[in-house]
Ligand binder design. Structure first.
Ligand code: MRU
Length: 364
């Protein structure tokens, strides 16, 4: 997507074919910074400390991390070590394991001397595939937005609520939840997005709002607690969120607070959609609440907030009393029964084993 006049992906291999550049998301929306990752240690820090975040982008970054590791040491021991090192960085997003498995599965079969080149090639393919998957998700979600728009008065926008950032910054391009929105806006459909600020890390306020702003998509930032009220008053036509892991039975794990939005949507007959590429489906898990590990992050993310001060500097300030402990579960699970549909690259699936298997028969 565009930043100013330039088209950017969130990650790319440099011309030296030995290092990877990323958009460092810690400073958005205030500063647009690009950082170079040269070693697997750099990649581990970038994922763990959320310089990059969002399940699909975490997967792609990890794939490049394997390539950087292979360039330094292409032995079996190194391949296993990089898998372990990167796997432990963020436990919930399944795309991380998916990408690491894909890379290790391919590289294991190759002689050591061929591994580095093959790893860079496969990582680049995974990145390109992500763009294509999101474009297809966009087309499938666009059909839903078109249908809602058709029932509106001329000029009246389709109001879409989203949580966290499942935009192009969370992927290589387009985003998952935002792909249908960008395509609808491009097509001239009037859309308006309610952006949950998404405490504690404020991915909505800092990232989604920045993206939508950059692309001229009308939007309004709201506090996380406002969604239910807006739905009660008929101000939301649909919800679209992303996911970090969707189970084989259609349960959706996503940023903390997603479940509350799904409950409010159900109580107000607002359709609740989840947009996801198939690498986000964990076919081995059948009960999201019981079996998905929920990342517990530092309480400092709750007790401090980051923003731009009056002097223009980016500052971090405490918002709670010194000594009050804070808990910070980063994700929650929305049960399949609360989900209207799963927007995938192959179409819209009912959130159920049968619904997912109908679109992915190879998983029966
Ligand atoms: O903790 P984050 O910022 O990595 O969480 C991201 C989300 O929850 C996204 O909604 C999810 O990864 C889907 S991204 C296309």
């Amino acid at each position: 997507m565009k930043v100013g006049a330039h088209h950017y992906h969130t990650i790319w291999l440099n011309e030296d074919s030995a290092s990877v550049d990323i958009i460092d998301q810690r400073w958005l929306p205030h500063e647009f910074r690009i950082v170079t990752l040269r070693t697997v240690e750099d990649v581990a820090v970038a994922i763990r400390d959320m310089w990059v975040r969002g399940a699909p982008l975490i997967g792609v970054t990890a794939a490049y991390g394997v390539a950087l590791a292979m360039a330094a040491d292409s032995s079996d021991a190194s391949l296993d070590a990089v898998w372990e090192k990167l796997h432990e960085t963020r436990p919930t997003a399944i795309n991380l394991r998916w990408a690491l498995d894909a890379m290790r599965g391919l590289l294991r079969e190759l002689p050591d001397g061929e591994r580095a080149e093959a790893a860079y090639k496969r990582a680049a393919e995974i990145a390109e595939e992500d763009v294509e998957l999101n474009r297809s998700i966009g087309m499938n979600g666009l059909a839903i937005i078109r249908e809602i728009a058709a029932g509106k008065k001329p000029g009246e926008p389709v109001n879409i609520l989203t949580h966290c950032n499942a935009g192009w910054l969370a992927t290589v391009d387009y985003g998952t939840a935002t792909a249908p929105i960008y395509l609808a806006a491009e097509e001239g459909i009037a859309v308006h997005v309610y952006v949950d600020e998404t405490r504690p890390r404020n991915q909505g306020a800092q990232l989604t709002a920045w993206e939508l702003n950059g692309h001229g998509v009308p939007h309004t930032l709201i506090v996380d607690n406002a969604g239910g009220h807006l739905m009660q008053h008929g101000d939301v036509d649909m919800v679209i969120v992303g996911t970090d892991r969707t189970t084989a039975n259609g349960d959706v794990c996503n940023k903390i607070g997603t479940y509350l939005k799904a409950l409010a949507a159900r109580d107000n007959n607002v359709p609740f959609y989840v947009a996801l590429p198939s690498p986000t489906i964990d076919w081995t898990v059948h009960d999201g609440i019981r079996d998905i590990p929920i990342e517990e992050r530092s309480g400092d993310e709750v007790t401090f907030v980051q923003g731009r001060g009056a002097d223009g500097a980016i500052v971090t300030v405490r918002v709670s009393p010194e000594g009050s402990p804070a808990a910070n579960p980063a994700f929650d699970v929305t049960p399949a029964r609360l989900i209207t549909g799963l927007i995938t690259e192959r179409g819209i699936a009912e959130a159920s084993p049968a619904g997912l298997q109908a679109l992915f028969p190879e998983r029966r």
